[in-house]
Design a protein around this ligand. Structure first.
Ligand code: WT7
Length: 641
């Protein structure tokens, strides 16, 4: 074991946290070793079923696992109906607009009614079970309302992050074969209006969509296409605020969510009602130790999996109060988040390392202006949090009272997989600690043998696991699942990891060509294909360069077609092009025009070499390159800039 892993830096759960916690018996891990019995008891104790399932897990067609076989369920029953009876007047959603005077509190009863009404509206449009509804909105209550309305009638939602461009939106609408789009006129970001509907109009130039529902949020001018576009409030007029909760098969698809991988084409990750409900419910409850009086704020955009699982479904299934904030973290001032925490008495706060690093850089003064004593637990997700940022978060946000809960998971896993349980787990800054009860995690070396360092794998299926990739079952099987020596099918996470002497996990980062830019997942290949789609570009390679706040930023190496010359203007054009193709988050920080890319004799681009050049590190072995002189020539281009 390397020295780095002999840990002196250990934080024990406080007496108060331990006493208060849902889980305060260390034996839980042992008790959950029989994982099917464990998940069976969670599903029975915490989730309501219209009809009981016959079998916890069916592995007969692995990796197409089926959970809670034969059960009938609807996740919206567990998120709404059952709470209306017991706590209808409790606040479900606190919404804060970016303008300070725009806010709203929605009780469980009101949320239930609004979901039902919109579900009826979707039905009126002709949306039926299994139809795909694409949702492209900012952070307003109607976004979760639209998601829940889809789920209620058995339709499949396909939420596209509001920061994606018209082209990226079009690709996702078309790939999902979606006939209905739900959107809005616009929303606020940094005091400006983002004109969402305008982006949708552009996206729809290349789509065959039947209807577009438009929420009026701002009142800005929008173009309504006759026979296709309809206002949300007009569609709802006269519709009842009750709508039958469709009893669905446990394995009925709940949503598609596109995420980046190694190829240019994003993958449509599929999740289902039953297992996803069970997995997100119990992880929300135990990892965040959520109680009835909590105010839970997960700052993720609902357009990403973190928002699906821990803004919408997990907390609502627990009957919690969630906070949704529309705007930028530092608008109008860098203390906006802290002022929101103070104003609403947020108790559990879940954010990303990139945000923590950003606020760390701005300085503690902004925090000290506010009383943050309502906080009792802090979470983090999206990339590795370095011990320095961990300790800053612990000290200045949590005032050394709140455990920092680092959670590892993915769009594919649907639910948190590795994280501390606040009442029992000792914390080590920088470590995601231990797998959640009922989940068996391990590490494999390059030959597929168990090791203390290598690729992170999950050994058993888990309830909220993705069930497939939309339209790409072969890719689902090939990409993620491998048989080990004993014939066991194992999930490969594509993350590098180490385990220390205490069995604690330390995540190193992606081992594939996937970048994490401010916590957002982007494929090198995706940005490369955006660049190549520009008329001037013949070839492109994109790497993730380490960045102090964003974690990584994309850097592009571009080979131009004959007839095109490098210029400042062309560089600007290419950046705009990437912004239009994918979105602002994908724009390369730097573009280098090179004559050639480093390639192996078989023609594979060796991005590792570009990264080493960019970081000014030893290049290592280049003998496999087709042309070794390319390295020096690329270095010259960088120096000249
Ligand atoms: C990738 C998944 C679902 C969470 C949000 C991102 C990285 C996630 C951690 C963590 C180190 C982390 C991994 C993973 N990641 N959480 N706590 N420590 N790395 O979901 O966009 O699907 O990205 O995020 O590299 O593979 P995603």
């Amino acid at each position: 074991m390397s020295k780095k892993f002999s840990q002196k830096d250990v934080y024990e759960p406080s007496e108060e946290t331990r006493r208060y916690a849902w889980v305060n018996n260390e034996r839980i891990y042992e008790m959950a070793l029989d994982y099917l019995t464990f998940w069976d008891s969670v599903a029975k104790n915490d989730i309501e079923w219209f009809e009981p399932y016959r079998e916890v897990l069916d592995s007969s067609n692995a990796p197409f696992y089926r959970w809670f076989v034969g059960g009938k369920i609807n996740i919206t029953h567990n998120c709404l109906d059952r709470h209306v009876e017991t706590k209808g007047d409790k606040t479900a959603i606190i919404w804060q607009g970016e303008p300070e005077n725009e806010k709203e509190r929605i009780t469980y009863r009101e949320l239930y009614r609004r979901v039902c009404r919109f579900a009826n509206a979707l039905r009126a449009l002709g949306v039926r079970k299994e139809d795909v509804v694409t949702i492209y909105m900012g952070m307003v209550p109607e976004l979760p309302i639209a998601m829940l309305a889809c789920a209620r009638i058995g339709a499949i939602h396909n939420v596209v992050f509001g920061g994606f461009s018209a082209t990226a939106l079009r690709d996702r609408i078309n790939d999902a074969n979606s006939k209905v789009v739900v959107t809005m006129d616009g929303y606020y970001r940094r005091g400006k209006v983002i004109e969402t509907k305008r982006i949708v109009d552009k996206a729809l130039e290349g789509c065959n969509v039947e209807s577009v529902v438009v929420l009026e949020r701002i009142g800005n001018d929008v173009n309504m296409v006759d026979g296709r576009d309809v206002w949300w409030h007009e569609l709802e007029e006269g519709l009842p605020n009750k709508c039958e909760c469709k009893a669905l098969d446990s394995e009925h698809t709940l949503f598609i969510l596109y995420t980046s991988g190694t190829t240019g084409k994003p993958k449509g990750v599929l999740h289902v009602h039953g297992g996803y409900n069970v997995g997100t419910h119990i992880t929300t409850k135990w990892v965040f130790d959520l109680k009835d009086r909590d105010v839970f704020w997960c700052t993720a955009d609902i357009g990403w999996i973190t928002g699906h699982s821990y803004v919408v479904y997990g907390p609502l299934s627990n009957g919690a109060t969630v906070l949704i904030y529309e705007g930028a973290p530092d608008y109008p001032q860098p203390d906006r988040w802290w002022s929101i925490i103070e104003q609403y008495g947020v108790t559990v706060f879940y954010t990303a390392p990139t945000a923590i690093r950003y606020f760390m850089k701005l300085g503690e003064e902004w925090l000290k202006k506010h009383n943050l004593s309502s906080l009792r637990l802090l979470g983090t997700v999206g990339e590795t949090i370095d011990p320095k940022a961990w300790k800053w978060y612990y000290k200045y946000v949590g005032n050394e009272r709140c455990p920092v809960i680092d959670t590892w998971w993915q769009t594919e896993t649907g639910m948190i997989i590795i994280a501390p349980l606040p009442g029992i787990t000792k914390l080590k800054p920088g470590s995601v600690t231990l797998p959640f009860p009922g989940i068996l995690v391990n590490i494999r070396d390059e030959d597929g043998n168990p090791a203390d360092s290598g690729e992170l794998v999950i050994m058993n299926p888990w309830p909220a696991m993705f069930r497939n990739l939309w339209g790409e079952p072969e890719r689902f099987v090939k990409q993620y699942w491998r048989l080990d020596g004993s014939g066991r099918l194992i999930y490969y996470a594509e993350d590098g990891a180490r385990r220390d002497g205490d069995g604690y996990y330390w995540i190193i980062g992606r081992i594939d060509e996937v970048l994490k830019v401010s916590g957002h997942r982007l494929g090198s290949a995706e940005i490369e294909s955006a660049l190549i789609s520009h008329e001037a570009v013949s070839e492109a390679a994109v790497i993730g360069k380490p960045h102090e706040i964003k974690g990584q930023v994309p850097i592009a190496f571009v080979v131009l077609k004959t007839g095109y010359e490098p210029s400042v203007k062309l560089e600007k054009d290419l950046k705009t092009h990437v912004r239009n193709e994918i979105g602002a988050i994908a724009v390369p920080e730097e573009i280098y025009f090179v004559e050639q890319l480093p390639k192996t004799r078989s023609g594979k681009i060796v991005r590792r070499i570009l990264l080493a050049i960019e970081k000014g590190e030893e290049i290592g072995d280049i003998t496999t390159l087709e042309d070794v002189t390319v390295v020096e020539r690329i270095k010259d281009v960088r120096r000249a800039k």
